[in-house]
Every structure is written in structure tokens, then in C-alpha cells.
Design a protein around this ligand. Structure first.
Ligand SMILES: Cc1cc2nc3c(=O)[nH]c(=O)nc-3n(C[C@H](O)[C@H](O)[C@H](O)COP(=O)(O)O)c2cc1C
Length: 159
């Protein structure tokens, strides 16, 4: 099956504080998982106070249509499509949509990608954006489990 992987970044407008962001993220993830499942889309999104990075993978038409909807969403702004490229395999085969927050104690991890330790997706190549997204999701999932509503996207039943 011909697949594409798209990565974009945007300005986080999810809310004024951590709790608001967490609630919005939970809503977005629940909606995304339900929709992406129908369209064969997998991926992940990471957020910090300022930024959102999201990876979408699936068939070209489904990914483009989903991205167009996401790009029109007022819960973020200044969206930059960093890359769309053909790929043989999914990087997030287990997730209809995983979600993770870049927590303050992930400094070391962020510093591996961003020299001055400041998370700024506009200074990263598309490839590094995807790698960082994967690393943050992995680090986030390793932490103590969050309460169900805060939890990231459910695994795909048939990976
Ligand atoms: C940062 C962000 C990421 C999103 N990711 C997805 C996604 O992966 N899939 C999806 O269907 N909707 C996603 N959404 C929601 C869409 O922007 C849009 O609100 C929703 O698809 C509209 O769905 P409706 O037409 O069913 O109302 C996302 C929204 C935001 C702000």
C-alpha cells in the first residue's frame, strides 16, 4: 500500500495553562483516534507550552484531507507543513494517534535535538522532527500511567 508521512508544526493555542492544555489534548486525541481509525491514519503529536508537532501517516488522500481539517482548526495557529513524503512503513504503527507533552524534566532529551535546550521545531529538519516526536512519545509512555482521560491514544488492535 502506498503510504505517505506528513509532519507539521504549529503554535499551541490550546489554553492558558497546563490543565486547559491537558483537557484539550484529551478531547483532540479522543476525536482523532475515532476518526483516524476510520481512515487508516496513524501518528503522534507532541506539545509544549508554545508548540505542537504532529505526524500523520497513511494513504495520501486520507492524510491530505485530515491535514486540511487540522490546519483550519483554531486551537493552533501559524501552521507550517514541514514535509510530506512517500514511505514504506509507518513509524507509529501502534497508534491511531499518540499524544505526549514535553515535560520540564525531559530537558536532557530535548537537548539531544535542540542544541540550546530550547524546543523550537522551526529549527529542526523534518527527519529530526519525526525522530524527536517518537522519542518524546516513548519517554512519555514510560512515565507512570496517567489517568484514563489524560492518556494518549489507544493502541491499534491490529498493528
Ligand atoms: C493539534 C490538533 C491535532 C489534531 N489531530 C487530528 C487528527 O489526527 N485527526 C482528526 O481527525 N482530527 C484531528 N484534529 C481535529 C480537527 O482539527 C478537527 O477539529 C476535526 O477533525 C473536525 O472533525 P469533525 O468534522 O468531525 O467535526 C486535530 C486538531 C488539533 C488542534
Amino acid at each position: 500500500m502506498a503510504l505517505v508521512r506528513l509532519v507539521y508544526y504549529s503554535r499551541n493555542r490550546l489554553g492558558p495553562d497546563r490543565d486547559a492544555v491537558a483537557d484539550q489534548m484529551a478531547d483532540i486525541l479522543a476525536h482523532s483516534i475515532a476518526k483516524n481509525r476510520l481512515h487508516g491514519i496513524t501518528g503522534a503529536m507532541i506539545v509544549d507550552r508554545n508548540w505542537i508537532v504532529q505526524v500523520l501517516e497513511g494513504r495520501q488522500a486520507a492524510v491530505t484531507a485530515t491535514y486540511d481539517r487540522i490546519a483550519a482548526d483554531p486551537r493552533h495557529s501559524d501552521i507550517v507543513l514541514a514535509d510530506t513524503r512517500a514511505t514504506d512503513e509507518r513509524r507509529f504503527p501502534l497508534w491511531w494517534m499518540a499524544g505526549a507533552a514535553i515535560e520540564p524534566d525531559m530537558d536532557d532529551l530535548v537537548r539531544r535535538w535542540c542544541e540550546d535546550g530550547d524546543f523550537d521545531p522551526s529549527r529542526l529538519s523534518p527527519r529530526r522532527l519525526v525522530d524527536l516526536t517518537e522519542a518524546v512519545v516513548a519517554a512519555y509512555m514510560e512515565r507512570s500511567p496517567a489517568p484514563p482521560r489524560r492518556r494518549a491514544g489507544a493502541p491499534r488492535p491490529h498493528a
